[in-house]
Design a binder for this molecule. Sequence first.
Ligand SMILES: [Zn+2]
Ligand SMILES: [Zn+2]
Length: 340
Amino acid sequence: MKGFTSSLWPIRYKPLPDELLSSWLVRLAHGHGMKAQPFCNAIFGPGLQVWNRDIDRLAPEWLIQELCDRTGTTLQAASATTLRVYEGFLYPVFRTTGTLKWIQTLQMYHRKRNGFGLQFCPQCLRESSEPYFRKSWRVAYNTTCLKHQCMLHDRCSKCGASVAFHRLNMGQSSSLRIESLATCHQCGFDLRRANTTPIVTYNSQTTAWHRILCIKTLSGHLQRDPVSLDAMNVMHHVIFMLSSRYSRVRLKEYVCEQLNVADMTLTPGYPSFESRPLAERHHLIQLMAWLMIDLEPRLRVAWRAKAIRYNLMFKDFSDAPDWYLNIVEGFSDWRRDANG
Ligand SMILES: [Zn+2]
Ligand SMILES: [Zn+2]
């Protein structure tokens, strides 16, 4: 542990473009020839648990400050590795518990991850001399890689385990070689070798719309303005309506018919959009995009076709913006006319 007592560490990697805090921290551990867990125990002491929580989201101040002090990184650059940068853009206000809109859940259980909350692009991993994981891979609507025009993955394609590079080499003695972050912690598969699949496209317009949405998440494009946040909330509600399973309500099937695509059965049990597998999210996003492209007439026609119940358009949507309420309230005139 010699060298750790001086204020700067021998290895002082800085965060790479769009890098996640956990990725940066594990790279630092590996750079010092250590596994993630013993490294954090040595730095923070066994009393401060790092890996039993979603540190990219919670990002405790003591952890960020320590990394800044020991690597000479600015507080701004270190803070930019956390999912808090999406505050005011993807979700209104940061909070430590509950679901954050559009942020994928890891479903932590002790140090294990039961959810598939971290995605990756094999080609992006392959491209950098040192593979690392991006913040935007935690955003639930990012199901594709803009750069490589391919689908992302949300699990090891060999054994199906979630991505959890902090668990690499956990059962092995410290003398063993430290694997790259692109190694599956469970089976050792090199995630860079996962197949590259072209983007699944239902309709050129919806794919183009989705692409623009993904560009907005890239660093440097984040705009904290209430107009985009309103749109994000409406998009989220449209997905809620698509995945609702009330009897006689079949908006999802209806949109699939309009797009002439096969529907997909969703995981039962009402999981949040943020904890759904990648294929389900990608399906729902494209259906949502089709509605969003021309929301008023498409939602109206869907409602007239009895593909959606009127109340569902408001249900649990307390932060609905006025423009959305105007659209839906406009239908009530139709409803009166239809009943009269
Ligand atoms: Zn890529
Ligand atoms: Zn595996």
